[in-house]
Design a protein around this ligand. Structure first.
Ligand code: FCB
Length: 482
């Protein structure tokens, strides 16, 4: 189906000369220092204290202590040779209660970070919201109420006016699907609400927040390049049966089209409007003019991709076994009636996510065909594995190298197929607080020894440095085997 040309594997995969190589993190996952310099709790501080919410009872209280180790992390990035660092600003450092004047100490921290990047010739890519909503706003309804979108616009104005002189690339939201659907739907993320109608309302208010932020960024920072980062996926029907094809379409509607359609086409998908018709408050929160606000022209799209999914209609659970799939992974959102299936024989990461880079090429080709020709940045891609430090004090993470190699090659395939991909950011620079999994899942290309906070670059760090240096995919056999 896809128009992808097949790359001759004997030829090196060389990237365009101005391709942007980067790495990414997020505030709550790395900073720690949750009570320092005026910061007040976010929904993740509250949620991580609920018994049973996070594996091992972990919290982001200390995390990688990046707040105090920033210079060391900046030096690591210089050594890595990245052109850009994608980080997020913690709203509760800037407005500890989600409204009112800026907390100067919070702004100063990000000013030091931006200056430190510029000193090392690394471009900042700033995400304004990576899930750490000030708890005070959640107490007033969080993303289920419209006011939060308006508060977000004010916060964006404060950050843009303070850092705009030195930040060109701005991302309004990271993965609003997770904020809305894991935060208010399944409750597996903060604030832990389980209510589909509220998830739909949050979905809309997050998009509204994005839309309100765009003109504010443009007026505060005329040279700003503005985009949004979405976690998009590929859903493959487990069989050709019409019910499974329809199930894949529903999953696609929920994850992809609920965001891509309003942002690029200015309307919600009909089938999703119908699907959530009876959930309250749901789409009833939409007001006249909202869809125009949500769909202003952007400068780029950020895409986070980790794994593809195979799905079947929930009522066909016994056919799933007949079709050769293992035990279904269950239904994240029962109203969708979609079963996620495990494909036998496919490698998985320690998150249980299937390793299949072809999904990334397929997704990128589809975005171009159905939505936009804007520059695309892969703003996150990476893998968690059960790394360990060996007796030589080295982390030989061959499986992560292989994962990155395949996925960066898949990006190259998309470029070959005419998709305008302009950069790639590895998730993540550091092992960090992986949300409900706490510190039990390591995504870093740098090992973090959590008891001491010490950093140790892994084999994948060296591999990625070589990839960046050569501006081409380096094949694993030439790295780490000498
Ligand atoms: C994404 C998040 C990021 C990280 C990766 C593994 O959904 O944006 O913070 O947790 O997954």
């Amino acid at each position: 189906m896809s128009t992808t040309k097949h790359h001759d594997d004997n030829l090196p995969r060389i990237f365009p000369h101005d391709f942007l190589w980067g790495t990414a993190t997020a505030s709550y996952q790395i900073e720690g220092a949750v009570e320092v310099d005026g910061r007040r709790p976010s929904i993740w501080d509250t949620y991580s204290r609920q018994p049973g919410a996070i594996r091992n009872g972990d919290t982001g209280d200390i995390a990688c202590d990046h707040y105090h180790r920033m210079n060391e992390d900046l030096d690591l990035m210089r050594e890595l040779g990245v052109g850009s660092y994608r980080f997020s600003v913690a709203w509760p450092r800037i407005q500890p209660d989600g409204k009112g004047p800026a907390n100067q100490a919070g702004l100063d921290f990000y000013r030091r970070l931006v200056n430190g990047l510029r000193d090392r010739d690394i471009e900042p890519t700033l995400t304004l919201y990576h899930w750490d909503l000030p708890q005070a706003l959640e107490d007033e309804g969080g993303w289920c109420v419209r006011d939060t979108a308006e508060r977000f616009a004010e916060y964006v104005d404060l950050v843009a006016r303070s850092l705009g002189t030195d930040v060109e690339r701005w991302i309004t939201l990271n993965e609003p699907w997770c904020s809305a659907w894991l935060g208010y739907g399944s409750g597996r993320h903060a604030p832990g609400v389980q209510d589909i109608g509220k998830a739909v309302a949050a979905n809309h208010h997050l998009l509204l927040a994005h839309g309100l932020a765009v003109p504010i960024l443009r007026s505060a920072v005329p040279s700003a390049k503005v985009g949004i980062t979405l976690n998009l996926g590929v859903h493959r029907p487990g069989t050709d049966h019409a019910d499974d094809v329809a199930a894949a379409r529903r999953a696609d509607g929920n994850l992809n089209r609920l965001f891509l359609d309003p942002i690029f086409h200015g309307h919600y998908p009909e089938d999703m409007l119908e699907h959530y018709e009876t959930n309250q408050p749901g789409f009833s929160v939409i007001q006249a003019g909202d869809l125009e606000i949500i769909s202003p022209p952007l400068d780029f799209l950020g895409v986070n991709y980790y794994f593809p999914g195979t799905v079947m209609d929930a009522k066909r659970i016994s056919e799933a076994r007949v079709a050769g799939y293992g035990v279904p992974l269950g239904e994240q959102f029962p109203d969708l009636r979609v079963l996620s299936l495990e494909t036998p024989g496919i490698d998985t990461t320690s998150m249980g996510w299937e390793v299949d880079a072809s999904g990334l090429t397929e997704l990128l080709v589809r975005i171009k065909k159905e939505y936009t020709d804007l520059p695309i940045y892969i703003t996150e891609n990476g893998a968690a594995f059960d790394d360990y430090v060996d007796p030589n004090n080295y982390v030989l993470d061959h499986n992560r190298v292989a994962y990155l190699q395949e996925h960066i090659s898949a990006v190259h395939d998309a470029i070959d197929a005419g998709v305008n991909v302009q950069g790639y950011f590895v998730w993540s620079l550091l092992d960090n607080f992986e949300w409900s999994f706490g510190y039990s899942r390591r995504f870093g290309i740098v090992w973090v020894d959590f008891p001491s906070g010490d950093r140790l670059p892994k084999a994948s760090f060296e591999w990625y440095r070589e990839t960046i240096r050569s501006n081409s995919v380096v094949y694993a056999r030439s790295v780490g085997t000498e």
